[in-house]
Design a protein around this ligand. Structure first.
Ligand SMILES: Nc1ncnc2c1ncn2[C@@H]1O[C@H](COP(=O)(O)OP(=O)(O)OP(=O)(O)O)[C@@H](O)[C@H]1O
Ligand SMILES: [Mg+2]
Length: 360
């Protein structure tokens, strides 16, 4: 879907804002702290109802206001689509074409976004949790039904872990029977998610390699391997074999929540051996390849939100990114002047007091 207009009321630093967006590249410029990322965050909410900065709803509502509204008008297949979100303490409401959504999951698929921001360096530097989330987000963008598998698995693990904790290292017969039930559920959801993630990594690897070569200006051998936390043909057997350990530690030690996406760059371990710029380039390549896969499979490009991406790349890499932007709608923010390679279709300038001045 293409977003044509956006209205914000009491969202973050914005009391009221109205804005038109073009089809191609929009650049949002302005000094630090004027609300550039806030704007992208609002657009991101339209796809996931969550802040990509991981902020709770409370901090999205402008200080002193009761609730915030994010409203967007767009077009899909020549039809107008209106999305309205109301964010308030404890409740978030979403409407598409003035129809209230019963579950927030029903919003998934209406708008899709790909976000790259400064925090994405952690995708390479930090532990495996963010890399698993990276994969799961692409799975959900490709197929909203994957969201059910991800949330089911979360719930099953919470309950299984609660049971393990309560057993204080010793399982009585009743608890052992209950654990059997959770094992069966964990096996079914866990194996499905693992299969989906493994197939995804296989599809992504050539695209990550392409995106990295485009940014770095030279082909670089890359590896991306999905590593299961359990061995053997099935999760059920692994859980039986690992049960004593689980009971002793009071936590589920095997399953997709412990798996790893292992990344390598030119034969080195990216997490510990790549330079900061290389790590940032790889993180960007991960996001761009997910974007490309979703575009290819669904025949429609997600909205690409690039927050502060230019400041961390050398001029050659920044230029490569800007001249090879994927087709579709992209929005880029920058606190400094855009490099010559940037030819935005629209520039929006935010002044020091958060006023939107430019358009064109
Ligand atoms: N709930 C809120 N109510 C009012 N103001 C808020 C709220 N949340 C954030 N802000 C303000 O929004 C501003 C930050 O906006 P944002 O992160 O979008 O800046 P930015 O233009 O991206 O800056 P930078 O270039 O440093 O990344 C801060 O000044 C902050 O005080
Ligand atoms: Mg910012």
């Amino acid at each position: 879907m293409q977003i044509d207009r956006l209205w914000l009321t009491d969202f973050r630093s914005y009391h009221r804002l109205e804005l038109s967006l073009t089809t191609g590249l929009t650049a949002i410029c302005g000094p630090n702290g004027v609300g550039k990322t806030n704007l992208l965050e609002a657009l991101g909410m339209l796809a996931t109802l969550k802040s990509f900065r991981g902020a709770p709803v409370d901090s999205l509502v402008r200080q002193g206001a009761e609730s915030a509204v994010v409203r967007a008008e767009g077009t899909r297949d020549d039809r107008e689509v209106l999305i309205e979100l109301e964010l308030a303490k404890g409740k978030t409401r979403a409407q598409v074409n003035r129809q209230r959504l019963r579950r927030t999951r029903d919003l998934l698929g209406a708008v899709r976004v790909t976000v790259f921001g400064p925090d994405d360096l952690a995708l390479i530097k930090d532990g495996p949790a963010l890399r698993r989330t990276y994969l799961d987000e692409i799975l959900v963008a490709l197929d909203p039904a994957a969201d059910r598998v991800v949330t089911d698995l979360d719930r099953i693990l919470r309950q299984r872990n609660a049971l393990l904790r309560q057993s204080h290292g010793r399982l009585d017969d009743a608890a052992a029977l209950t654990l059997d039930v959770w094992d069966a559920k964990l096996t079914s959801a866990g194996e499905e998610l693992t299969r989906r993630r493994e197939a995804l990594v296989e599809s992504l690897l050539p695209l990550i390699t392409d995106a990295y070569a485009m940014l770095a200006g030279a082909p670089t051998p890359l590896s991306a391997r999905y590593e299961r936390s359990w061995s053997g043909p099935g999760l059920a057997d692994a859980l039986v074999a690992g049960r004593d350990d689980d009971v002793r530690r009071g936590v589920t030690l095997l399953g997709p929540h412990r798996d790893e996406l292992r990344l390598g760059l030119g034969g080195l371990t990216t997490r510990t051996e790549a330079s900061q710029g290389e790590q940032r380039t790889l993180a960007l390549a991960l996001r761009l390849s997910g974007h490309r896969l979703v575009t290819d499979r669904l025949g429609e490009a997600p909205l690409l939100l690039l927050d502060d991406v230019l400041s961390e790349l050398d001029p050659r890499r920044a230029g490569a990114l800007l001249t090879n932007l994927p087709t579709g709608q992209s929005i880029i923010t920058s606190a400094s002047e855009l490099p010559p390679a940037a030819v935005p279709d629209q520039v929006l300038a935010l002044t020091a007091d958060g006023e939107l001045v430019g358009a064109g």
